[in-house]
Design a protein around this ligand. Structure first.
Ligand SMILES: Nc1ncnc2c1ncn2[C@@H]1O[C@H](COP(=O)(O)OP(=O)(O)OP(=O)(O)O)[C@@H](O)[C@H]1O
Ligand code: SF4
Ligand SMILES: [Mg+2]
Length: 332
């Protein structure tokens, strides 16, 4: 089998810090995240707030800040482990071969530079030999590709002159200008109105597919996943509890949490900012052994004191629950 573009294996990320009593405290925020992604595919990463979606993206991209750090696992990008790589080398890859669109577009643009200059700067950061004229031409072409009208003139605009939708397009242009193989977008359209959201996601999908990029969209909107993604991974307490092709996972959800999530979002399929499925999530400082969903699960049984292995539900569809595929039987 060909090497996947991105292969994340059993990733554990902890926040390790001293408290006021000078004791070391560890928040186990990612607890064995595994998934893979091929070029030309879009993976949706979903789960309620605090599940570890952004942290997964930052861990993959080498963008964690202390006290967060990866304590175990591998992030194989084009077959090479980013976790074992010197940070300078990961920095070189990021922006050149992998890129991230972070949340809140306006605050992630440099307010003191015109957008064309910002596009030139990211290109030259990764290719210092690139001439000004060529970088500028590419900047304008990229603005045009992301659907910015009159790109020549807009390249001279300041970030504060852009609408939210335009700023988001510029961020996508910044992420794509160096032609990355991997693109992660963390809630790329949250806060934009529905029409602009659809335009941006259509464009995103088009660019990803046209360039064979592997992309991850982090979102609270299951409708976005259903519409734009090939695969979906559902996170809970820093683990992926179910993943697979969107039609399979949403059509026949096998994990009780996925079922609760889908049942809790019947109207617009948007996962609320507050907890949608009842009790609070586990305390990351004192995680239980066994299934992390146990305290909230209506199907919990003595077996659940052991960590549930991944069970194959169908082609590429895996659910981490002891009773996946036989919940009805188990309930009876
Ligand atoms: N400095 C910190 N120390 C301890 N735990 C932290 C710290 N910062 C974040 N966390 C925890 O890390 C977990 C993962 O957070 P993350 O930002 O990845 O969630 P998310 O799934 O992206 O949520 P949202 O949907 O709200 O963006 C959260 O439970 C959070 O409480
Ligand atoms: S393993 Fe047990 S506790 Fe966990 S989701 Fe399945 S039934 Fe619920
Ligand atoms: Mg987040």
């Amino acid at each position: 089998m060909a090497t996947p573009l991105l292969d994340v294996r059993d990733l554990h990320t902890h926040f390790i810090a001293r408290n006021l009593d000078n004791e070391i405290r560890t928040a186990r925020a990612l607890n064995g995240v595994s998934f893979s992604l091929d070029g030309g595919k879009i993976l949706g990463l979903v789960g309620e707030t605090g599940a570890g979606k952004s942290l997964t993206a930052l861990s993959v991209m080498g963008l964690l800040r202390p006290p967060a750090r990866v304590v175990a696992g591998q992030v194989l990008f084009e077959g090479r482990d980013l976790i074992a790589m010197p940070p300078e080398e990961v920095n070189r890859l990021r922006g050149a071969r992998m890129a991230m669109v972070v949340q809140s577009p306006k605050s992630s643009l440099d307010p003191l530079s015109r957008i064309g200059e910002q596009l030139v700067r990211v290109q030259r950061a990764h290719d210092p030999a690139l001439g000004q004229a060529e970088a500028t031409a590419r900047a304008v072409a990229m603005l045009e590709a992301v659907g910015i009208p009159d790109p020549q003139r807009r390249a001279r605009a300041w970030p504060h002159e852009l609408s939210g939708g335009m700023a988001q397009r510029v961020l996508i242009a910044l992420a794509l200008v160096n032609q990355p193989r991997l693109l992660i977008a963390d809630e790329p359209t949250t806060g934009l109105d529905v029409t602009v959201q659809a335009q941006i996601l259509d464009l995103f999908r088009e660019l990803v597919l046209a360039n064979g990029i592997g992309a991850i969209i982090i979102t609270h909107d299951l409708g976005v996943v259903a519409h734009y993604c090939d695969d979906v991974a559902v996170m809970f307490a820093g683990t992926i509890i179910e993943h697979g092709p969107v039609a399979a996972v949403f059509g026949q959800p096998a994990h009780p949490y996925t079922r609760a999530l889908i049942a809790s979002t019947p109207e617009r399929l948007v996962i609320g900012r507050t907890r949608t499925t009842g009790a609070p999530p586990p305390n990351l400082y004192a995680l239980p052994t066994g299934c992390l969903y146990r305290d909230r699960c209506p199907h919990a049984a003595p077996d659940c004191a052991e960590p549930p292995p991944g069970r194959a539900m169908g082609a590429g569809h895996i659910a981490h629950c002891h009773f996946a595929g036989r919940l009805a039987e188990h309930a009876a």
